[in-house]
Design a protein around this ligand. Structure first.
Ligand code: ADP
Ligand code: MG
Length: 390
């Protein structure tokens, strides 16, 4: 559906469900090109926002009632709460927007009346393209706009969203997803140092190639608990490495320093996790350097190495995606291909020459159907704009 049609549909449904007209907002999902599982390790990431994302139609109310509905959930059934009860966890999808209301209030931005909101997302949920971050950033955005929280800057939408997911929902995510959703720019990727929050916009100049996202259709159900485990493992590694280095995160170490200190890590699994975090950070630098030099081949090679590291050392891939990447690497015109997002399913991101995209799609679709009895979905994407009012 085109954006124009989505806007019309949102208003129609809003009128049907709540009556009247809402104000429209949008926040995108994201795809990370390289730098995976580095954002909560004080490392670098290189994501871009998508043109796919989540939409909201929202209207303030005169009382303290909040009503939420999503066209993607429970047949758009209304979930009702009050301002006071909004900051209690419900166990449903509304925990993401509830978390944002809570996180906003934690920063001194308390809403004084309720509202009616209708959501609709065209990102496949649970596939690693960060529908959750887009939902959070979107909620933070409309709260800011509707309630005049004018001290909340665009980048704060990311911090508030992350706090909602990490401290309220309980998924101890880094800042990348929400950052990309809030700060994205058309045709640009963002090179972000998650330690200092310094960032650069870089054109994703791929000349005769495109970004192709392939949805494995494997939902990442394990992700939350495993994610928190990885995070704890990396923290343990930092603890052990502190005997030699004065560091707070793995992102502060070069691969050379890691090699010199790695014997301090007494647990083999933890050592592998730490190795990924350190080397992936270095790869992200190298990839951005390659891109600046118009060396897409090297960028692609680093993407492939990133996948191998996520598969073998960080152990966040899955058999379906490992096969998919192996097939992709063998296809002429595929410059690079790797798992993207939290892992345990979800999507791969690939850079593929324009004239090889159809060949790629046909080849992997057929093999995947035969081997896993699932139908892959493909999205050929361009980097899109961060969260905004429509
Ligand atoms: P990802 O962020 O990779 O898409 P997550 O598991 O982190 O996957 O987030 C998916 C969850 O976010 C969904 O299960 C749902 O609870 C919530 N969500 C995302 N988009 C919507 C939407 N449009 N409406 C309601 N809930 C949504
Ligand atoms: Mg998510």
């Amino acid at each position: 559906m085109e954006e124009k049609e989505i806007k019309r549909m949102m208003q129609e449904k809003f009128a049907e469900i709540y009556g009247g007209e809402g104000e429209l907002f949008f926040a995108p999902g994201r795809v990370n090109m390289i730098g995976e599982h580095t954002d909560y390790n004080g490392g670098h990431v290189f994501p871009c926002a998508l043109t796919l994302g989540t939409y909201a139609a929202v209207k303030k109310r005169g009382d303290d009632v909040i009503r939420m509905a999503s066209l993607n959930m429970d047949d758009a059934a209304i979930r009702e709460m009050t301002i006071a009860s909004a900051s209690e966890k419900s166990g449903s999808w509304t925990d993401y927007p509830r978390g944002v209301i809570w996180a906003m209030a934690e920063k001194g931005n308390t809403i004084d009346t309720g509202f009616d909101v209708l959501y609709y997302g065209n990102i496949p949920a649970g596939s690693g393209l960060s529908s959750s971050a887009s939902l959070e950033v979107l909620t933070a955005l409309y709260l800011r706009e509707l309630y005049g929280f004018d001290k909340v800057e665009q980048i704060d939408l990311a911090f508030i969203g992350q706090s909602a997911e990490s401290d309220f929902v309980g998924m101890k995510c880094g800042i990348m997803d929400q950052f990309a959703s809030a700060m994205g720019k058309e045709n640009k990727a963002m090179f972000l140092d998650t330690n200092t929050m310094k960032f650069d916009y870089l054109p994703l100049a791929l000349s005769d190639a495109k970004i192709v996202i392939t949805n494995s259709m494997v939902k990442h159900e394990l992700a939350s608990s495993e994610y928190n485990t990885r995070r704890a493992e990396c923290e343990k590694a930092v603890g052990m490495l502190k005997a030699k280095y004065d560091i707070a995160t793995l992102g502060e170490l070069t691969p050379e320093q890691f090699e010199e200190g790695k014997d301090l890590i007494t647990d083999e699994t933890i050592a592998k996790r730490a190795k990924h975090a350190v080397y992936e950070n270095a790869r992200t630098f190298a990839a951005v350097e390659a891109l600046k030099n118009n060396d897409i081949a090297t960028f692609g090679k680093l993407m492939n190495e990133s996948h191998v590291s996520l598969r073998d050392d960080y152990a966040v891939s899955c058999p379906e995606i490992d096969e998919l990447t192996r097939w992709a690497w063998d296809i002429e015109g595929v410059i690079g291909s790797r798992i993207t997002g939290g892992g345990f399913g979800g999507c791969t991101v690939s850079i593929i020459k324009n004239d090889a995209i159809d060949t790629y799609k046909d080849a992997v679709f057929a093999k995947y159907k035969e081997q896993f009895d699932k139908e892959l979905e493909f999205y050929v994407v361009d980097p899109g704009e961060g969260a905004h009012k429509l």
